[in-house]
Design a binder for this molecule. Structure first.
Ligand SMILES: NC(=O)c1ccc[n+]([C@@H]2O[C@H](COP(=O)([O-])OP(=O)(O)OC[C@H]3O[C@@H](n4cnc5c(N)ncnc54)[C@H](OP(=O)(O)O)[C@@H]3O)[C@@H](O)[C@H]2O)c1
Length: 354
């Protein structure tokens, strides 16, 4: 049986995912990559054409096929047929929940469906390296790949606070998520001033801590997390200030060792987001860093033995790409060892140091 990955949406997250699956499909054990694009646009012709040259097959809604053909594209399948023949469907639109209700819930063919960060409630929240043990074969057919900042927050909490058999040593953790205004792929929503967000969640502050808490709940942990958010007038990267109050004593060297020992965390001595971003452009996969978090080591401070403070940067969309690929491979063959083996060629984009 052919193993077909079908990506819905060609935006900031969909486009690199289609590219990654096509470039690495032989290693990943994928036979075919198809993708759905909704809107036919001359301004998108070059990037869609390039994805197709790399081996991906374009699909669209029946009433858009002629428009895509007028742009010079070959349409391989209609939207419905593409969904029915897919082994795994990866929704990369801000309408995953809506698509689940309208389209995916009634499909028997695919082994599973993934949606992205904004689509809470789509299925079990997942971040690679944090709650892999929570995925249940045969049960979790719908999975939500959490947002890039949730990847960062949950990876930090696990790395610094997970004491194995003794559980998580964490009294509380606070985060200030300093979000970049818009991605360099996007042309809207740029205001050249910081924008401070409301604390619209009375328990968690903003959705970032709530989403992280929800992810840990899949492992029966209810952690005391709080977040605030501010949007900054930069396009480079999200940055996060974090402060943990641990339930035991620690020191800088121990925190640094834990961060260095987790190969999904990159550490750095660089203080500027543009330098991290630039490293991604030079060494990442088409500019993406597939690490979960980039922690700035000189910013780490342990106070009074138990309070850990620092700054980190979020490899936005890179960490979600890694989890999307891992979850798709797991849906195809729910065996952790096999997923690790197939994903190994991507490890060169997961950095220990930046
Ligand atoms: N941006 C990031 O760094 C990032 C990181 C992690 C997770 N995410 C998550 O990824 C998801 C997508 O975000 P994005 O930034 O990639 O969005 P985006 O750049 O705005 O792209 C959205 C894509 O979805 C398509 N689309 C929208 N509604 C659709 C529908 N109803 N049916 C079919 N296609 C539809 C659009 O198609 P057309 O343009 O062809 O109309 C476009 O290709 C969100 O859940 C977001 O939270 C984003």
């Amino acid at each position: 049986m052919s193993r077909i990955v079908h990506v819905v949406g060609t935006g900031t997250i969909g486009e690199p995912l289609i590219g990654l699956f096509t470039d690495f499909k032989h290693y990943l054990g994928i036979d075919e990559v198809t993708f759905h694009k909704r809107t036919p646009l001359a301004s998108d012709r070059a990037r869609i054409g390039h994805l197709m040259k790399r081996g991906a097959h374009l699909c669209t809604d029946d009433d858009r096929i002629a428009d895509f053909e007028d742009l010079g594209h070959k349409v391989s399948f209609g939207a419905r047929e593409a969904l029915e023949r897919a082994t795994v469907v990866i929704d990369c639109t801000p309408a995953g929940n809506d698509n689940k209700e309208r389209l995916y819930a009634g499909l028997d063919g695919p082994r599973g469906f993934l949606a992205q960060g904004s689509e809470a409630g789509f299925g079990k929240p997942y971040a690679r390296g944090v709650n892999d043990s929570a995925l249940v074969a045969g049960e979790d057919r719908f999975i939500q790949i959490v947002s890039c900042n949730t990847h960062n927050i949950t990876t930090l909490v696990k790395t610094i606070c997970d004491d194995g058999d003794s559980g998580y040593s964490l009294e509380r953790a606070s985060f200030v998520c300093m979000r970049r205004a818009n991605d360099i792929t996007q042309v809207g929503s740029y205001v050249p001033a910081p924008y401070v967000g409301r604390h619209d969640d009375p328990k968690f502050g903003t959705h970032h801590a709530r989403d992280a808490n929800r992810l840990f709940q899949t492992m029966n942990l209810d952690l005391n997390l709080f977040s605030s958010a501010v949007k900054l007038n930069t396009q480079y990267m999200h940055s996060i200030w974090f402060q943990f109050l641990l339930g035991r004593d620690t020191e800088n060297a121990e925190v640094e060792k834990r961060l260095r020992d987790n190969h999904r965390v990159a550490v750095t001595d660089k203080h500027y987001a543009n330098e991290i971003f630039s490293f991604g452009r030079d060494h990442g996969y088409y500019g993406r860093l597939l690490s979960q978090a980039v922690v700035v080591l000189p910013t780490l401070l342990v106070r009074d033995g138990r309070e850990v403070t620092g700054f980190c940067f979020t490899p936005q969309d890179g960490n979600s790409l890694m989890s999307s690929i891992a979850a798709a491979l797991w849906l195809i063959e729910p065996d952790a060892e096999s997923v690790s083996k197939r994903i190994a060629p991507l490890r060169r984009f997961v950095f220990l140091e930046i």
